[in-house]
Design a protein around this ligand. Sequence first.
Ligand SMILES: Nc1nc(=O)c2c([nH]1)NC[C@@H]1CN(c3ccc(C(=O)N[C@@H](CCC(=O)O)C(=O)O)cc3)C=[N+]21
Ligand SMILES: [Mg+2]
Length: 288
Amino acid sequence: MTAQLIDGLKLAHSLRAAMRERARQLEEDGVKPGLAVVLVGADPASAVYVRNKLRACSECGIASRQHLLPAETSEAQVLQLIAQLNEDDSVHGILVQLPLPPHIDVRRVIESIAVDKDVDGFHLYNVGALVIGQSVFPPCTPYGVQLLLDTTGIDVAGKNAVVVGASNIVGKPMALMLLQREATVSICHARTRDLAQYTILADILIVAAGKPGLITGPMVKRGAVVIDVGINRLADGRIVGDVDFDSVRERAAWLTPVPGGVGPMTVTMLMENTLRSAHRAAMQHAPA
Ligand SMILES: Nc1nc(=O)c2c([nH]1)NC[C@@H]1CN(c3ccc(C(=O)N[C@@H](CCC(=O)O)C(=O)O)cc3)C=[N+]21
Ligand SMILES: [Mg+2]
């Protein structure tokens, strides 16, 4: 078997084309959708991701502004900026790029973002909403994965879904979303013994561990859907996922490439959440 590739870049661009029309409509109705991106420090990977997000904004007709703060910026200064953005009616989404420098308390910063502008879906309120299946802003990476899964036409209900990686921004919310769709979900992580014992049972395998080559062909059930969330930059400059592409491609039915798989969808779902937030703002200001 040779897996069909799921083209995340193509899906991302077609979704963004439709979003552009929604943004135009909102603007006509008096609300220009806007996203504020806050970047503290000069991490080169973060700079690439932020650039991709700003480019996607212009592709979708969303106004964007970036706040580039030096690495030494104090937590109080970041909180002050967020307070301003919370009050600013031209801003519908606030994204604070992670990771933050170690002297800044990430939770305190995220919890200071207005719940209805938390387009990353990282605020405790939005995390709680996700747990009970009522989320307004699903976190962008698992949300994008869900749309990639949808393109295969496979019904998640009753399937064995295995998530490798238990981070707050990918693994845990991903598992919750799959559970919401009635998959039987296992979460594996760095302390899991005999990873292959779990992965071999997966009809749907989502890998977000940050370890190049972690998943090889013999660990994958024949005919599985494999979604590679990993982004690893090798010494030679190549970008690879967590999945050993060539060997897994011989076992899986569907596989996402890296780059061009999950990454562009993460950015696209950020646009979706920003538009949704702008839409809610437009509803609030519409005449009765
Ligand atoms: N508050 C916050 N929200 C995030 O959503 C967030 C974050 N912080 N910190 C870092 C991670 C990572 N992330 C990606 C965004 C775009 C690509 C992306 O565009 N990838 C392309 C290109 C990859 C490349 O050239 O390096 C691809 O996979 O094809 C990947 C990963 C968002 N994150
Ligand atoms: Mg109209």
